[in-house]
Design a protein around this ligand. Structure first.
Ligand code: NAD
Ligand code: DAU
Length: 339
């Protein structure tokens, strides 16, 4: 079995490669990644010399390049993680989100249609459902919740999902989609809430909490997400959407305080800053369907996952220090200086 994994030098894609290496040692894994600011070959150091692993630097929106890869490798399965993934960057510059997340997905779907495939899996997000009000804790996103996006990022991901549905119905392609809640764990780029707060706390820098810090996210340890995708590839139904989440809703401010407590740092580092434009209030997945259909349940409790994650960043200083010492500083200045 040859599995082509796009975006495998990023956070979730790399964790998925490590997961697949363990759970299916006989599979050939091909990673296609453009190595944008968010992609890092250092992350793949432990697999890069593995004879059953191939890395190819390519842009999923480059039709010619992608067709050449299909021509040369003929993958059986494609899992598309490649995306521009950060909401704040999408508010600053939406264009690249449409190029990669929408046009890139279309190129991959066309390549799968041209060369044939056993399965195409689209890694999507709960953000396609928009948000839920804070005063209705009884409401959750199900697979039937209408798409209702807020940011250019979520609009681009929803567009890609609609393309997948269209290709499945029109051309009868074997496509599945998963929509997951917020992931955390090793190798997450330090622009996202948890690693950014860890990095700032360790440097005794202010921790920029948007608005009042009361927005709620539904956190899932990245390995649980990877296991769910593996199950969908093995046993999922073609044409089906699977929501992935673990009923682990937390307010941003409580996450930040938890990180400070683990690191033994003072809460006076917390700084409330101007809110994100169009900021979604609450995400909450109902994972009943994937539990009933595929028997999936999250295995890592948040209390354990966050301890593991903070310790991973403490033990892998070199990995994220290299990142925050480079171009990241310009990004940080732009995003946070006058906030
Ligand atoms: P990430 O930003 O850490 O990694 C994205 C990877 O894609 C990087 O390696 C980057 O180099 C690569 N990439 C970007 N543009 C590309 C292009 N045009 N061609 C080829 N490669 C390209 O993102 P992540 O957090 O690992 O997210 C992976 C996927 O999961 C995304 O599709 C995202 O929408 C989805 N998702 C993320 C979360 C989350 O909490 N992080 C939750 C649900 C869904
Ligand atoms: O829900 C899934 C989505 O989760 C994925 O599709 C996205 O790719 C991923 O980036 C994530 O989106 P969020 O916008 O929820 O994640 P982020 O880490 O950027 O922010 C989490 C919350 O923390 C959000 O309410 C904004 C807030 N925040 C974030 C940053 C970076 C802050 O208060 N301060 C910050 O500096």
């Amino acid at each position: 079995m040859k599995v082509l994994i796009t975006g495998g030098a990023g956070f979730i894609g790399s964790n998925f490669i490590f997961h697949m290496r363990e759970s299916h040692p006989d599979y050939d894994l091909i990673c296609v990644d453009k190595l944008t600011y968010a992609g890092n070959l250092e992350t793949l150091a432990s697999v890069i010399n593995d004879p059953k692993f191939t890395f190819i630097k390519a842009d999923i929106a480059d039709r010619k390049g992608i067709y050449e890869i299909f021509e040369a490798h003929h993958p059986d399965v494609v899992v598309n993680f490649a995306a521009e993934s950060h909401v704040d960057r999408s508010i600053e510059n939406p264009s690249v989100f449409l190029e990669t997340n929408v046009m890139g997905t279309q190129v991959l779907l066309d390549a799968c249609r041209t060369y044939g495939i056993q399965r195409y899996h689209q890694v999507s997000t709960d953000e396609v459902y928009g948000d839920l009000p804070l005063d209705r804790p009884d409401l959750f996103f199900t697979e039937q919740t209408p798409l209702h996006t807020s940011s250019p990022y979520s609009a681009s991901k929803a567009s890609a999902d609609l393309l997948c549905n269209a290709y499945q119905r029109t051309y009868g392609m074997p496509i599945t989609i998963s929509r997951c809640s917020n992931n955390y764990g090793p190798y997450q780029f330090p622009e996202k809430l948890i690693p950014l707060m860890i990095a700032n706390a360790l440097a005794d820098k202010p921790l920029p909490v948007y608005g009042e810090g009361i927005n709620v996210r539904d956190w899932l340890y990245v390995e649980d997400h990877c296991r769910a995708i593996d199950l969908i590839l093995e046993h999922g139904k073609v044409g089906q959407v699977y929501n992935i989440g673990g009923h682990n809703e937390m307010r941003n401010i409580d996450i930040v305080k938890k990180i400070l407590a683990i690191l033994g740092k003072t809460e006076s580092l917390i700084t409330y800053v101007t809110d994100r434009k169009g900021h979604d209030m609450r995400y909450a997945i109902d994972p009943t369907f994937i539990h009933q259909e595929l028997g999936w349940l999250p295995e890592t409790k948040f209390a354990d996952g966050i301890e593991k994650t903070v310790h991973w960043y403490l033990e892998n200083h070199g990995w994220w220090k290299n990142i925050i010492n480079g171009e990241y500083q310009n990004y940080y200045e732009r995003m946070y200086r006058n906030r």
